[in-house]
Design a protein around this ligand. Structure first.
Ligand SMILES: Cc1cc2nc3c(=O)[nH]c(=O)nc-3n(C[C@H](O)[C@H](O)[C@H](O)COP(=O)(O)O)c2cc1C
Length: 188
């Protein structure tokens, strides 16, 4: 079973991105994979501050995050867009993780799928460009060309938790399949 780490960039109650992350988890389970949705807000990860690192070292949450990357074969990041940028919750968590040398073995070359959801028409698409650079360049994740941006997301979810528009559901599932296939190819 392919182990997939899912990182929602928002942990707020009613988060659209968290809802999309849960759809990803349900689809992956149905496809025979083993998804794990990680709550970044639950980790010990204060806002990055070099003085804090000098005085207290890297917080325990960073090691937990790196361990989670190491324990999974692929990653899905589902982040909100704030002013055309990925969320501070996500950026801060990854910044801390990169302070640990072990992040290289845990993240380098690991396939990653990007997704976002927004009440706006573009679905957070602009932030995915930034996120692609951010996750590829230093952590070295292998970010797939496929991605998924869910626009008008406040109206996009069906009562059963899937996407109301079957075309959108199929498009998201195709992106998830591409990630699964890449993970399986890399394992072989
Ligand atoms: C400071 C701030 C900036 C935002 N900027 C954008 C933006 O650039 N593009 C966009 O589509 N939505 C933007 N939004 C709206 C978010 O997409 C919306 O709040 C979304 O629901 C947040 O994700 P969540 O539901 O997963 O928590 C912004 C929201 C805030 C609070």
């Amino acid at each position: 079973m392919t182990r997939i780490l899912i990182l929602p960039g928002s942990a707020r109650q009613g988060s659209l991105n968290l809802r999309l992350a849960r759809i990803a988890a349900a689809c992956l389970l149905a496809a025979g994979a083993q998804p794990h949705v990680l709550d970044l807000r639950a980790l010990d990860l204060p806002v990055y501050d070099g003085d804090l690192e000098t005085s207290g070292g890297v917080p325990a949450g960073a090691a937990t995050l790196v361990e989670q990357f190491a324990a999974h074969e692929a990653v899905i990041v589902v982040s909100p867009e704030y002013n055309a940028f990925p969320s501070p919750l996500l950026i801060n968590a990854i910044d801390w993780a990169t302070r640990l040398p072990a992040h290289k073995a845990a993240m380098n070359g690991k396939p990653a799928l990007l997704a976002s959801a927004s009440p706006g028409p573009l679905g957070g698409l602009r932030s995915l460009l930034v996120l692609r650079n951010f996750l590829s360049i230093n952590p070295g994740l292998l970010v797939l060309p496929q991605q998924f941006a869910l626009g008008q997301a406040a109206q996009a979810f069906a009562p059963d938790g899937s996407l109301a528009d079957p075309k959108q559901q199929a498009s998201f599932e195709a992106a998830l399949q591409a990630l699964l296939q890449m993970a399986q190819r890399l394992r072989a």
